[in-house]
Design a protein around this ligand. Structure first.
Ligand code: HEC
Ligand code: HEC
Length: 270
């Protein structure tokens, strides 16, 4: 009993300062501790973009949306390609079978709708750019159809392998592809990754020299090809959620985007 009480007291002494430190940190460090300042903002009410982004996103998407392990959100071409509804959907619900977590409270995350709105608006303000495509029209964000993996294999040879040689061809490895959705592949092929040197759909050659831009259906085909490499030995023994050989994990392709070539064994209708 005495011990318990002491335990409680210890918690009472330790936790309020910890809680206010966290709230202080979440409020963006406007004032040093001990100095007079506005009352700490409860974490659920923080709507400052920089605070929200650095606490929740930068570990994976990089400081300023660059040089992280996951898609560079700071790429102006990405911001121009994707609409608000899609951004909200991704951030709220995450993406199954990838590292992208769900952030909406309604999906078990920690952020309110207002906070997710603040992140979307903040990304536009910080990273959007007028005329990001310099007048060109990129293939749309979402796949229009399921691609043809055979055409995709040819395109991969002529358009991608020049940089992604088999020795450094980790993007064709099943272990890389297992972690990345079809949509994410499409995003990176269309918008590029200026932070790592992956060209966008137009500058598809070493040195960024202009070649024939990839069409939307070229991108569909290349993604379909990569998807066939994701799970090459797929069979009844694979885990249920990814148990089919069909490359049907695209984030926002219509449900009808079932590749006609693969057996319809179900289990991938997301
Ligand atoms: C001009 C050279 C070049 C060409 C052509 C090229 N890439 Fe890349 N790609 C890169 C570089 C550089 C990286 C970054 C390498 C790294 O992250 O280690 C990269 C990275 C990637 C990534 C990983 C992105 C990530 O961050 O996870 C994918 C996927 C990719 N490329 C797909 C393709 C596809 C598909 C094509 C053909 C349509 C293609 N690339 C053509 C240079 C190129
Ligand atoms: C634990 C790592 C991780 C964290 C934290 C994380 N993400 Fe992601 N995010 C990813 C990965 C990995 C992907 C690609 C998923 C895929 O392959 O579909 C992704 C994808 C996305 C996409 C979709 C990209 C596209 O192709 O259109 C958006 C938007 C995004 N994240 C925003 C955010 C925001 C905003 C935050 C913070 C609130 C965040 N992410 C936090 C790992 C993370």
């Amino acid at each position: 009993m005495g011990r318990n009480l002491m335990g409680r007291n210890w918690m009472r002494v330790m936790f309020p300062p910890l809680a206010s430190f966290l709230a202080f940190a979440a409020a963006g460090c406007g004032h040093a501790p001990g100095y007079p300042g506005p009352a700490p903002i409860p974490p659920g009410q923080v709507v400052d973009f920089n605070t929200l982004y650095s606490h929740n996103c930068s570990a994976c998407h990089g400081v300023n949306g660059q040089n992280g392990p996951a898609v560079d959100l700071g790429n102006p071409e990405y911001q121009a390609l994707v609409d608000d509804t899609t951004l909200r959907k991704w951030i709220s619900n995450g993406f199954p079978d990838t590292e992208m977590p769900a952030f909406a409270q309604s999906a078990g995350g920690m952020l309110t709708d207002a906070q997710i709105g603040a992140i979307v608006t903040g990304m536009r303000q910080h990273w959007g750019a007028q005329n990001a495509f310099e007048g060109a029209t990129p293939p749309p964000y979402a796949a229009d159809k399921s691609g043809d993996p055979h055409d995709g294999a040819q395109l991969y040879k002529s358009r991608c392998a020049i940089c992604h040689s088999s020795s450094s061809g980790e993007i064709t490895s099943a272990s890389y592809l297992a972690l990345v959705s079809d949509q994410s592949l499409r995003t990176m092929i269309v918008a590029g990754r200026p932070d790592t040197g992956q060209p966008d759909w137009r500058h598809d050659s070493p040195g960024g020299k202009l070649t024939t831009p990839l069409s939307s259906s070229d991108v569909d085909d290349i993604v379909a090809y990569l998807a066939t490499l994701r799970n090459p030995g797929a069979g009844p023994s694979s885990p249920a959620s990814t148990s089919t050989a069909s490359p049907g994990r695209a984030a926002s392709s219509p449900a009808s985007a079932q590749p006609a070539a693969s057996a319809h064994t179900g289990g991938n209708q997301k």
